[in-house]
Design a protein around this ligand. Sequence first.
Ligand SMILES: [Zn+2]
Length: 283
Amino acid sequence: MHRTTLGDFELTVVSDGTYYLDGGAFFGVVPKTMWSKRAMPDEQNRLDVGLNSLLVRTGKKNILIETGIGNKLPEKLAQIYKQPTKLLDNLHAAGVAPEDIDIVINTHLHFDHCGWNTVRRGDKFVATFPNAKYYVQEKEWEHGRLQLERDAVSYMSPNYDPLIESGQMVLLNGDLELLPGISVKVFPGHTANMQAVMVESGAGNEKKTACYISDLIPTSAHIDLTWVMAFDLFPLQTIESRKKYYARAIPEKWLTVFTHDDQTPWGYVEKNDKGKLVLGDLK
Ligand SMILES: [Zn+2]
């Protein structure tokens, strides 16, 4: 289990397991001869991709960022993607029960990011984390409701609408500090309103920062500006958002958390002496 301290906070990567994505879709316009040096696909061109949530313990509150695929996928989709259902076991291993989670943050509402928000109980869907407030951007939710041809398959309303009806999910409008040291910041590209989660602890020169950057930079193999997923609705904006992110994350040494990297869930992005973006050693 990957665990570290960040100032006064404790960070733990808790995974829902791995699922399959098509290698070509995962690396967009990058030729296979290039991406297959970083990630080796199976005979069906699939990659085994991580589902990393981040548990932040501040000492007062437990925050869970992202909730994986969950256990409610229709059978056909479960066959295509896999449905590993490991998140609750891994949370338990980290010493946390669902009742202990105070805040859940979804960076966006694609099914592989908010699946454990709810579980089925009889013919209803209820909060997996009964004492939590959930947060997502309002415009992300509105986009999902449109059920557009391009991405309707990604938006499954049982993952969030029951929580909005019960008042447990709060819809946000833009960047916001949710509690001291935990804030959200919109980075458009993957979707128009995907939010990253900033985690900051310590004062002055001692301040440490981590960022759960979600699908803006899904794995450590995607840190180059133009290695953009084919899933992204606004690839040019992904590149601009990455530039904005690196302009602070590199000089300020933010720990970047990668949602879909099952090998390297976090690391420090650096520029090497040739100006190429690389992942530095963890220190
Ligand atoms: Zn997504």
